[in-house]
Design a protein around this ligand. Sequence first.
Ligand code: ATP
Ligand code: MG
Length: 583
Amino acid sequence: MINKIIHKQLNVIRQTNMPDYDREVAGFSWDAARALLGWFPDGKLNIAYEAIDRHLQNGNGGNVALRWIAKDGSRKDFTYRDLSEMSNRFANLLRSLGIKKGDRIYSLLGRVPELYTAALGTLKAGCVFCPMFSAFGPEPIKSRMEIGGANVLITTRKLYKRNVEAFRNDLPELKEILIIDGDGSDGGLRNLTALMAAAEEDFRIEAMAPEDTALLHFTSGTTGKPKGAVHVHEAVVAHHITGRIALDLRPDDIYWCTADPGWITGTSYGIIAPFTNGVTMIVDEAEFDVNRWYQILAEERVTVWYTAPTAIRMLMKAGSDLVKSRDLSHLRFMASVGEPLNPEAVIWSADTFGMPFHDNWWQTETGGIMIANYASVDVKPGSMGKPLPGIRAAIVEKSDNGVREITKPLGIGELALQAGWPSMMRGYLHEDERYRKCFSNGWYLSGDLAMRDSDGYFWFVGRSDDVIKSAGHLIGPFEVESALMEHAAVAEVAVIGIPDETAGEIVKAFVALKPGYVPGEDLRLDLIGHARKRLGPAVAPKDIAFRKNLPKTRSGKIMRRLLKARELGLPEGDISTLESDEQ
Ligand code: ATP
Ligand code: MG
């Protein structure tokens, strides 16, 4: 644990949406958060109304909602009014095809405007939206469509031909396939563009009950087969308030969330929260590229930026000079989610950008940010921050009758949240037993191990599957990885436990090097020596292997279980979300 604290300046604190965290915690109520939104009569609501049409009612329909940057660099702006009309057309189009409230609409699209229109139009029609990564192959697509009972798929001709056509007839519930780029003349495919043009521009948004299903999201598949989490319309209450106080969003912000809507960050914080907060949101169609990213930050004058540790580590690898040569003076707040953010990365960002990345923690299951570093609160590099106002988080351990809280500072246990916040999942699709097992004594059990310090900051230790038990010590991979990240040669690192007769398990690290460093025995010993100095011999890795890349999910999470399976010659398990994985 690093003792350095990044203090916030008073003039910064005063200007944030939540200048006083403790006061907000004391005064917070979910009912007050609900009251920030525009409800329909009889306690009904609709996420798409809150995100888009509410702003038209308030006279802000002319503000730019979405600035889309195509792969070729060209830009297209869509106002809130544009998105309202386009999503109305989409909702009408669904109706004209006989699609009813509760039907499931899937997308298999890159980050193109049609994806956003479809998501909003689906919600307006009271249907359930399930976005899939466009890079998925046929198997993961088929299983997701089967599990959720897809009725409609929106995709491109190429993606359809490559990934869907072969199994189309195996899905009896699949009624319609809408193609955004075709003439629709063959195979019963429909032409979305033509249907949109023909559809009515006005639509009466469905008034949904708070508990009506809105979204299906699959987990990242980091620890095993992805689970399908069910989310409801009332989740928007949490999206809105977290956008406001955890990401500090305001209507005049230019906000960029780099996540794809194929995983939940790209929907909760790449569609819903930014729009409910009335910002201008940047969407980049292209994949990660260091220069392109810095160019977007500078040219679009991005003020709030939400990204992930893998990307941050790649930016670090590319060096600080690239940042210093650009005008990024508009940036006000930077946040990170998805994996533990090494303290090294936080300190690097504070030095390089003049402000730190603010790590926050949540899961597909929690639907929204649960623990965060806030704009007004001092940052302890390596900590996930403090619980969202309205969320009670604790460290728990198993006891005779369920679980009990560990109150001792820095005691390690499972990270648990008191159940009952609006964006909590309402079930795993077809896995009731698994869902039930997530709860005990009123706590939702996250499956992650963590600790809380005496100031109330939470520290990630590791996923319970990844924690290493060695010679009586409980070793969190994150601690070991963070120590190795401090070494100048290390770009990325993953740590696993290898079974060992005497110690139970020993620690092994897999390291990818920064440009200019070559793997070799000297470097291996140097890295082990560095880790021993930082962590002591009991915790430091006994072995280090060099890799060009580490296996990751498409959402950028290191798959330690795969490193372990390969190391031990065991079956690789579900690798449907694995990104190409050159070794
Ligand atoms: P699966 O459940 O299928 O194995 P997954 O857990 O990676 O996949 P997600 O719901 O996308 O699927 O990710 C949530 C998990 O990501 C958390 O449980 C945690 O392990 C990790 N995570 C997210 N944010 C952070 C963070 N700020 N620090 C540490 N870990 C994080
Ligand atoms: Mg998970």
